[in-house]
Design a protein around this ligand. Structure first.
Ligand code: SF4
Length: 322
């Protein structure tokens, strides 16, 4: 049984102009111990999808249909109290975007991490602080820095402290949302190394959300490409880079530099992701796709198996048939 099994999930935001279809029919399975990268441009629904798993959507976000099964339990039907006590942070946790501003500036970093333990577990403050020191060592921060305030930490330390906070209650599944955005390349590499080391040491299952394919290449075992609220391609990481089948995946890869092809010209993807208040009909990539055919604006392409765990949704793969 996969640790996470998402079935036909639809999460919309209510606005005065109508529903924004941020997640619109997503199916995804994550096996225990796997590190899956969720990749796509900004505005493709990645963060909404991840926040849905922890039921952390803003007030106007609402569930339309589907299931989120975590170890077989449907996360959308568990009552709030049980979800808070037994799942959120304890078994499923989150490294939020924007480590620079994610902590409360007027509380000590160690206290903020210990708070997660005190809220979700039956521990005394002393024991919680000892565990925070252990977590600091694990993520490469001097344990004596637990009494520091956030402004005394560098950007890289703040990011590692956010990872320590996500690990506070020994969760089985961690979602890291753009964990390296806004970090310089050296600190980014250090943070990715911390993530890789933790996965190896703790056997964590992880979902990493990013627009940066190179981050996924360095940390993940599988990859799901998301566009305009839907998954358009899914495969193990080597297959995504060596045999991409969806034009959007190919376009993303073409827009990133490669060490192996240093002289290759980078090609940006024309246009921008659609407004999900009124997305294009059929394949949502059709207004930007260089291979678009008549059928593409009329029929939603099926997600088809291409061998092994490789799947993609494009009419080119079925010869133009729906
Ligand atoms: Fe392009 Fe059509 Fe494939 Fe969509 S279904 S990616 S528009 S070829």
């Amino acid at each position: 049984m996969p640790i996470l099994n998402v079935q036909d999930l639809r999460m919309y935001y209510s606005t005065l102009k109508g529903d924004v279809k941020a997640v619109d029919g997503v199916d995804l399975e994550v096996e225990k111990g796997e590190a899956i990268g969720l990749v796509g441009e900004s505005g493709c629904g990645k963060t909404t999808f991840a926040l849905s798993i922890l039921r952390l959507l803003p007030y106007n976000g609402h569930f339309v249909s589907g299931k989120i099964l975590f170890n077989g339990d449907d996360m959308l039907t568990v009552d709030d109290k049980t979800f808070n006590k037994e799942y959120r942070w304890k078994r499923l946790s989150y490294v939020f975007q924007g480590a620079m501003n994610a902590m409360n500036p007027v509380f000590r970093v160690g206290d903020q991490i210990a708070e997660a333990m005190l809220l979700h577990e039956d521990v005394e403050k002393e024991e919680a602080m000892d565990r925070v020191r252990g977590l600091f060592s694990l993520v490469g921060i001097d344990p004596d820095r637990v009494t520091n305030y956030p402004h005394e930490f560098s950007g890289g330390m703040k990011q590692r402290a956010m990872i320590a906070m996500a690990l506070a209650c020994n969760p089985e599944f961690i979602i890291a949302d753009e964990p390296t955005t806004a970090l310089d390349v050296i600190v980014q590499a250090q943070t990715l190394q911390v993530i890789n080391d933790l996965r190896a040491k703790l056997g964590l299952t992880m979902m990493l959300i990013t627009h940066d394919l190179s981050v996924v290449a360095q940390t993940c075992t599988t990859c799901a490409i998301m566009y305009a609220g839907r998954i358009v391609e899914y495969a193990d990481i080597d297959t995504v880079f060596s045999e991409p089948k969806h034009p959007y995946t190919k376009a993303l890869i073409g827009a990133f530099p490669s060490i192996k092809e240093a002289k290759r010209e980078l090609v940006s993807i024309k246009g921008t992701p659609p407004n999900l208040l009124d997305p294009p009909t059929g394949c949502r990539f059709n207004p930007r796709c260089p291979y678009a055919m008549d059928i593409c604006s009329k029929e939603v392409p099926k997600f088809i198996g291409l061998g092994g765990r490789h799947y993609a949704a494009c009419h080119l793969l079925t010869g133009g048939d729906a």
